[in-house]
Design a protein around this ligand. Structure first.
Ligand code: FE
Length: 220
């Protein structure tokens, strides 16, 4: 089978949202299409590993935020490269809750759906759902999955790495500041105070005073 042939079936790229109790969860999806207009019905396919999918199965409703071509690549990275099981993805973006469904503020259209039936495959679950509310917000060309594959993916990855590293640094700096802890050489008592975080020092780094390696340092 030639998978490249299937990549030519291109769709948009959307932020899928639903609620996990009181907590909004979400992910990036591309497999959404309208399949009827009386009633107004769409089909949505979700990966079976997706936590958002689990939550949709529980509460029977979901939201779609349609993205504009100019959307911040971080939005895709935030919703696409992490799992809602352990991260509150919505906290990292500007969003609103409308009638208990989350939407990205930077959307060009909002669509709310109620699941009518689902079909479970080994890899995916297909939800057939009725549109219960929708709002067209901006005249902007929608981002497509083809855009993502042809030029957007690299930007998304880069942005994600940047933000992740920045956050880790901030977290570490905050922790060190709050706790007033330092990496101390257990052999000679040297206190590390370099600009590079201790964890980022190369493995062959040694104590400038007594010459032992990093494993002799303790956070004190
Ligand atoms: Fe030392």
């Amino acid at each position: 089978m030639d998978l490249d042939a299937l990549y030519k079936l291109t769709h948009g790229l959307y932020i899928l949202g639903t609620m996990d109790g009181n907590r909004p969860v979400g992910s990036v999806v591309d497999a959404v299409m309208q399949v009827a207009n009386k009633p107004m019905v769409v089909a949505l396919s979700c990966n079976n590993q997706s936590y958002t999918k689990e939550c949709i199965e529980k509460n029977g409703e979901f939201s779609l935020s349609v993205l504009c071509k100019g959307v911040d690549p971080f939005v895709i990275a935030n919703f696409g490269f992490q799992s809602g099981r352990n991260v509150n993805k919505w906290e990292n973006v500007d969003y609103c809750i409308v009638d208990n469904m989350p939407y990205l503020n930077d959307n060009i259209a909002m669509i709310r759906c109620k699941v009518l039936q689902s079909i479970i495959y080994d890899s995916n679950t297909l939800f057939i759902a009725e549109v219960t509310d929708s709002k067209n917000n901006k005249d902007c060309e929608p981002l497509t999955y083809l855009d993502y594959r042809s030029y957007f993916k690299e930007e998304v990855m880069k942005k994600f790495q940047e933000v992740k590293q920045q956050k880790e640094k901030e977290k570490m700096a905050e922790e060190n500041k709050n706790e007033g802890k330092h990496w101390v050489c257990t052999v000679c008592g040297y206190v590390y105070d370099g600009d590079v975080p201790f964890e980022d020092l190369p493995d062959d780094w040694v104590c400038p005073l007594c010459g032992v390696d990093k494993s002799f340092f303790e956070l004190q």
